[in-house]
Design a protein around this ligand. Structure first.
Ligand code: PMP
Length: 410
């Protein structure tokens, strides 16, 4: 993988902040966009813009072709069986809200349970809590050990007649740990319980294959995979999407409307009320094509090298704690996604983030929208560096030097 060539596709990476070269290590929050994505969106606005579906005129048909072509690109990217299973959303959060709302309406009664885990992002906690308040459903939480490993035995014991769905993140956005979703899906399916996978932090970093994974739902965000903001994907097995009621009502999702009664489109349109963000779907498709052209295997290897290198360098600093790593981990083979949370002595993450920022290094600090996980770790927040395909070993060296410099200030 030629990182230098790749970086040329992302003009923002060559800008400076405070007179220093930008080192962007906040990719778990959002990624930068390659020119091809921006060009595709600009081109559509300039040359093809028209509302999609139903238009008889040429522009509308062209725009519809791009939009539905984007759906096919997503299908191919995640190896879904059919484009019927690909619903466009505003992002991971909307996808999870849609599932929580529609699934609990159709399939859950008061007292029924949803199983989530300790490492979930707020977006996979709060939508279920809203349904808990509305319908009296109950949240059960898979515990984790101090290294961030989920307790599968506890998970197994949690399942009962009352368990109606399991919703779990593929990769923790705080710890970078890759959760055993294959095992969770296999165990849940033994009891005919469907599983939702929050792929916000997995789809950008390694190959996800819906048919191999066999999850029932999978959600991710465009902006974390080099695509535009405001667009995301909800994959759902066709049988489930057929069974769930619509999420919102309005244009696009109807088949026929009268004042007495309306009937709805089949999935995926049933879940896409209103004019879709068809410019963003074009941008997302371009981003996925870009990722595919670099190759997810190459991206995964590159990011894994960077991650292992960073962890080993950080751990050499006195008083450093890196979260989500077993004490006896072999760093040369550690399976860890491109997210590293750390804490240096008692230096406040806000101080760490602010001082690194002055060196041109963008990391994220705080609770990372995972406050229950912070409670479990016994911290208020962490400092988090996260990588994308364009990050380099030199940038890691600058981060480590920066952290060492901060250490001397306290
Ligand atoms: N889940 C996880 C694991 C995440 O990392 C994020 C984003 N930080 C989300 C959900 C929410 O994604 P979005 O804000 O794009 O909806």
């Amino acid at each position: 993988m030629n990182t230098e060539l790749i970086r040329a596709d992302f003009p923002i990476l060559s800008r400076t902040v405070y007179g220093k070269p930008l080192i962007y290590l906040d990719n778990a929050a959002t990624t930068q966009k390659p020119l091809c994505v921006l060009d595709a969106m600009r081109n559509e606005y300039l040359n093809v813009n028209a509302n999609v579906h139903r238009g008889v005129h040429w522009l509308s048909q062209q725009a519809t072709e791009l939009h539905e072509g984007a759906r096919e690109t997503v299908r191919r990217f995640i190896n879904a069986r059919s484009t019927t299973e690909i619903v466009f959303t505003r992002g991971t959060t909307e996808g999870l809200n849609l599932i929580a709302s529609c699934f609990s309406e159709a399939c859950m009664q008061k007292g029924d349970e949803v199983v989530i885990s300790t490492v979930e992002h707020h977006s996979n906690i709060v939508p279920w809590q809203l349904q808990a308040a509305r319908k009296g459903i109950v949240l059960r939480v898979i515990p984790m050990d101090d290294d961030g490993t989920l307790d599968l035995e506890a998970f197994r014991r949690m399942l009962s007649q009352k368990t109606k769905i399991v919703s779990i993140s593929h990769v923790s956005n705080v710890l970078g740990t890759v959760n055993p979703v294959e095992d969770i899906i296999r165990i849940a399916h033994q009891y005919d319980i469907p599983v939702v996978v929050d792929g916000a932090q997995s789809a950008p970093h390694f190959k996800v294959d819906m048919q191999a994974l066999d999850c029932d739902f999978f959600v991710f965000s465009g902006h974390k995979i080099y695509g535009p903001t405001g667009i995301g994907v909800l994959y759902g097995k066709e049988a489930w999407l057929d069974r769930l009621p619509p999420y919102q009502g309005g244009g696009e999702m109807i088949e026929h409307v009268s004042f007495e009664k309306s009937t709805f489109e089949r999935p995926p349109l049933k879940f896409e009320a209103g004019t879709p963000d068809y410019i963003a779907t074009t941008g997302l498709a371009k981003a996925l094509d870009y990722v595919s052209s670099v190759g997810l295997d190459a991206i995964q290897k590159h990011e894994e090298d960077l991650t292992r290198y960073t962890i080993s360098q950080l751990l050499q600093i006195d008083g450093m704690r890196v979260f989500g790593i077993p004490a006896d981990a072999d760093l040369t083979t550690l399976r860890h996604d491109a997210v590293i949370s750390f804490q240096l002595r008692d230096i406040h993450p806000m101080d760490m983030g602010t001082l690194l920022d002055r060196l041109g290094i963008a990391i994220r600090t705080g609770h990372h929208c995972a406050q229950p996980l912070m409670d479990r770790l016994g911290v208020l927040g962490t400092s988090r560096a996260s990588f994308a395909l364009y990050n380099t070993h030199e940038e890691v060296d600058a981060l480590v030097a920066g952290v060492k410099r901060v250490a001397t200030m306290f």
